[in-house]
Design a protein around this ligand. Structure first.
Ligand code: AMP
Length: 171
C-alpha cells in the first residue's frame, strides 16, 4: 500500500508520516532528502522537478516492494504524474489548516529547528508556492477518488487514528 500525506508547510505532514512509518511504511520525505544532500532551501522556492523526481526514483528503486508514505511529495502536477507511473497510490490524506495557524506553527518550529525557511517571511513564499503549484494537484487525486480531506487542526492522535483506520481496513 502507498499513501501520500498532502498539505501546506506546517500542516503536520511529517508528524503523521513518522507515525504511519511505525505501521510498516517506508517514509519518503523529500524535504529531508534534500536537506541531507545539502540543498539550500532558505528561499521557500520549490526545487526543480527533475532533481526531486530523480531522488525519489532512487529511493523507490532501492526499496522495491516496500509500502511507502510520501511526505512533501508530490508538490507539482508534473511530480504527481510521474509518481503515478512509478507506483500505485491508494490514498491521499490532505491536512487542512488555515494560513494564520500555519505561520504560527512554523515560526514556533523555527525557534527549535533553526531551519532557515521556518520563519514568517519565507513562509509567505512557501504558502504562495503551495497555493499556486501544489494545492491544484488535489484535483488530480480527487478525480481518481483517492482524496481524503482531514481537519489538520484536530489533535495529532485523532488525525492518526483516522489514517490508521483506513490503512488497517484496506490492508
Ligand atoms: P519541507 O521540509 O517538506 O517543508 O520542504 C522544505 C523545502 O524543500 C521546500 O520549501 C522546497 O524548497 C523543497 N522541497 C521539498 N520537497 C519538494 C518537492 N517535492 N518539490 C520541490 N521542492 C521540494
Amino acid at each position: 500500500m502507498n499513501i501520500i500525506i498532502f498539505g501546506p508547510p506546517g500542516s503536520g505532514k511529517g508528524t503523521q508520516a513518522k507515525r504511519i512509518a511505525s505501521l510498516g511504511f517506508n517514509h519518503i520525505c523529500t524535504g529531508d532528502l534534500l536537506r541531507e544532500r545539502k540543498f539550500a532551501l532558505g528561499t521557500g522556492d520549490l526545487v526543480g522537478d527533475d532533481v526531486v523526481i530523480s531522488i525519489v526514483k532512487e529511493k523507490l528503486e532501492a526499496h522495491k516492494g516496500d509500502n511507502f508514505v510520501f511526505d512533501g511529495f508530490p508538490r507539482t502536477l508534473e511530480q504527481a504524474q510521474v509518481l503515478k507511473e512509478l507506483v500505485d497510490i491508494d490514498a491521499v490524506f490532505l491536512l487542512n489548516v488555515d494560513d494564520e495557524e500555519l505561520i504560527r506553527r512554523v515560526v514556533r518550529r523555527g525557534q527549535k529547528s533553526g531551519r532557515a525557511d521556518d520563519n514568517a517571511d519565507v513562509m509567505k513564499k512557501r504558502l504562495k508556492e503551495y497555493a499556486e503549484k501544489t494545492y491544484p494537484i488535489k484535483q488530480f487525486y480527487s478525480l481518481d477518488n483517492k482524496l481524503h480531506v482531514i481537519d489538520g487542526t484536530e489533535p495529532i492522535e485523532t488525525i492518526f487514528e483516522k489514517i490508521k483506520r483506513y490503512v488497517e481496513n484496506k490492508g
